[in-house]
Design a protein around this ligand. Sequence first.
Ligand code: ADP
Ligand code: MG
Length: 665
Amino acid sequence: MAEKRGNLSINSDNIFPIIKKWLYSDHDIFFRELISNGCDAITKLNKLDMMGEYNYPEGHKNKVEVILDPEKKTLKFTDTGLGMTADEVEEYITQIAFSGATEFLEKYKDKTEGDQIIGHFGLGFYSAFMVADEVHIDTLSYKEGAEPVHWECDGGTEYTMKTGTKSEVGTEITLFLNEESTEFTNEYRAREIIEKYCSFMPTEIFLSVEGKEQEYETIPEEDLKEDDVVVEHIHEDAKTEEREKEDGTKETVEISPAREMVKINKRPVSLSDTHPLWMKRPNDCTDEEYKAFYHKVFHDFKEPLFWIHLNMDYPFNLKGILYFPQINTEYDSIEGTIKLYNNQVFIADNIKEVIPEFLMLLKGVIDCPDLPLNVSRSALQNDGFVQKISSYITKKVADKLTGMCKNDRESYEKYWDDISPFIKFGFIRDQKFAEKIKDYLLFKNMEHKYVTLSDLVPAPASDDDVTTLYYITDEVQQSQYINMFKEQGMDAVILNQNIDSAFITQIEQQNQHIKFKRIDADVEEALKEKTDEKELEDITKALTDLFRKTLGKENLDVHVEKLKDEKISSIITLSEESRRMQDMMKMYGMPGMDPNMFGGAQESLTLNANNSLVQYLFEHGDADNAKIICEQLYDLAMLSHKPLEPEAMTKFIARSNKIMEMLTK
Ligand code: ADP
Ligand code: MG
């Protein structure tokens, strides 16, 4: 072949600066592109072999090899794929890239956001120029009589092509790294990148370092495989030991028999698992395999709770496994990872355009070869096909959960505390999911039994029939109220997760006949004795004055009631609306702001007229110890409502000590 020089036919002056700029944040992606090209080439040759258009030579083994040379600052990517003829190099490398490139340039000239779709523009090969000053291709086509080709290009728009020297079918790409990119010849760095992008590619991938000393391993001769390079045969004598018998004489026993061993060149280990679990049929996978895969891919030492194997061929192709991770509810932030693959080639984590937001709390892999990744992310978001994928996944997850609730309620309850933040998040964020899951939401009641919404709320008799559901956010803090409820045979549910305030708001919005009320929002009628208003008028007035004056709180809201439980002296309540307002302000970073400013009410103090201390205060409001009793009753009520402020706590402790001292006098 005559040496040929030419210009890369690009519409723009030079595509390389754009490639470099565009993928600035993801320089390592060229590994994926070049390795996946090698895999593609092997897949194509496999097909040709199957169709009888090509026959692999005896003992042939397909592989992609990455060879690092730190000294020369080069990287080689070799594959045993179908190779290219000179015409093909011309067409696929120097020309076609740029039909894709033209489109690409038009769309992305002005964009700097690091997107992940370069490989899908037929530009993958050129990602090599992100890190290399010069790139060589040596290739030999599988076609009969094909001549080897050597192509080189130094990153400008010119290239040369001539007859090469490659003697085996396949392709070798050599990158001469630029000064900023020499890190990629570091073995650990390279391994890390290959494991990130190529762990599940369908071909074996080997990494080696040029000039690295040969490593050896020694194995029993019978384990020898065809590919092993034997360096030395080693005979190991049997190992014996002298032992004393019971009668005192000695005998020699054999501990291990004589063995024939061989020292071989250390076997190369493929970095890719060519048959990832998600590609198998769900019926063929064992629990152990699912768990092992989970540990390996997500480096989570905890066991997953359960998983969903997605496997769909029609109307689109989608496979994957979604795991429900165990979460530590003490730490509220749950962060999952959904890895997206395209034909076993890793694309990216958590692409929110494809995967419903609430599913990102799970851990999983999704492989979808049909994804139209050659469009921008904003287009993905509006793509009907992508939305179908997304709702298919949502449906599968909902089906799994509702199925478990119906058929294996015990497990569902066992997992509930772990999976509920995820379900609640989905319930709030995803209408379709909410619709499916709404009858399968569980609530833990005061007895720690799980009940559903329909167990708790009778069907409304009329439009304005509203049921109040009481809830507990802190079983310790609110124990006084819980006990009052228990005594009256009333129930409440425990809602102690961060997401619960948004969750109950959502339920209320969807069910106009349900109202949630925290257990300490009011003194409920059921806890009070019937009285007529007149009866308590005097005592209310007297005690209001006394408490306001003693505590120095002029606007304190004081109520006096006859509570059925006479042991209770005082309680603090905060209306549901005010508390939600307070929570909201806390959430938006305005803690301690006076809720009155927003029209909310403040906390109310309710005193129990049936309690002897309260009666004492009414009768002896001007006694010496009235002040200390007032303060203590107020703090005690506060304590079972929310934690005291530091200053109030200090005073409370000092006062408590003083009260005990008084007992000794
Ligand atoms: P894409 O892989 O999306 O087609 P690339 O820029 O990565 O885009 O590659 C362009 C074309 O060059 C490929 O479609 C293929 O025909 C050819 N090619 C690239 N690398 C190889 C290789 N290692 N072996 C054979 N052909 C290759
Ligand atoms: Mg490619």
